[in-house]
Design a binder for this molecule. Structure first.
Ligand SMILES: [Zn+2]
Length: 278
């Protein structure tokens, strides 16, 4: 069979270009892995719109302080070269499913949900950081290390719980409770812009240090082992949809029942209805 030298050259050229293309894609992928600067951080400001957050009668609206910390966090992370995506950037209600869908649409992102805590007992105080998937523990440990270290609140440890936004997330996902708005001194702090700025800076430090802090096991602020128990949780998608007082009461009852049957972990906050979304 006679070979057409022109066709052969064309074939060789196209093979070479395909090879080079593969090479450059692999290189780009490697470069983005190494630099870390192109990591996307999905920031999730808890609650919003008709969902005020917290418990009924709570003075400081959780949805307002979570949004402010989230916006400050965006500034901090953007300044460090991260690509930042907000699940909400104003006082609107965003369903939990949408928040997770936003996060999951970025394959190599990390997800940070910002919340404040509440409890019927005004003395309850401190910082808690939640994760669900084991892959999220380094991120949770790092964020907790900085926030619990930098905040003027006590350390309530890194905890494992299947909050919807954590459980359904395909990316490393963390939910940080930046103190109790039902505690007079922590509520006063939360209302101070400089304190919210401090919280944002500490969370950002945790994001930046997510691959290094976990190995610093000498500090008690870092969760060290596989020993973190999974705390009971409720199906938040169902709860989030029910706005009537009746279903809220029944939810409270069921969460109380769950709590009494589980090992007490010092989480008095967890009997409150606000834990629908953490
Ligand atoms: Zn919350």
């Amino acid at each position: 069979m006679r070979t057409n030298p022109y066709r052969f050259r064309l074939l060789a050229a196209s093979l070479l270009s395909a090879f080079l293309e593969t090479l450059s894609t692999a290189h780009a992928r490697q470069a983005s892995k190494e630099s870390g600067s192109t990591t996307t951080v999905v920031i999730d400001a808890g609650h919003g719109g008709y969902d005020r957050g917290g418990i009924p009668g709570q003075r400081v609206a959780e949805k307002e302080v979570t949004l402010d910390v989230a916006q400050r966090l965006r500034k901090e992370l953007a300044a460090s070269g991260y690509r930042v995506v907000m699940t909400r950037d104003s006082d609107v209600f965003v369903p939990l499913g949408t928040r997770v869908a936003i996060a999951n649409s970025y394959p190599n992102a990390i997800f940070v949900s910002v919340h404040f805590n509440s409890a019927k007992r005004s003395g309850a105080s401190g910082i808690e950081t939640y994760f669900y998937d084991r892959d999220s523990l380094p991120l949770a440990s790092a964020i907790h290390y900085y926030v619990a270290g930098g905040a003027a609140s006590s350390n309530r440890n890194v905890r494992r719980r299947g909050y919807y936004v954590l459980r359904k997330n395909r990316n490393p996902a963390v939910l940080v409770e930046c103190g109790f708005l039902t505690n007079p001194s922590e509520a006063a702090l939360a209302q101070s812009a400089s304190y919210r700025q401090k919280l944002a800076e500490e969370i950002a430090a945790g994001v930046r240090g997510r691959n290094t802090v976990g190995s610093a096991r000498s500090t008690t602020r870092v969760a060290t082992g596989e020993s973190i128990p999974l705390q009971p949780y409720i199906d938040q998608t169902k709860v989030a949809k029910s706005k009537s007082g009746r279903s809220k009461r029944s939810h409270k009852k069921s969460s109380r029942r769950k709590k009494s049957s589980s090992k007490p972990g010092g989480s008095e906050a967890k009997t409150s209805s606000k834990n629908q979304e953490g």
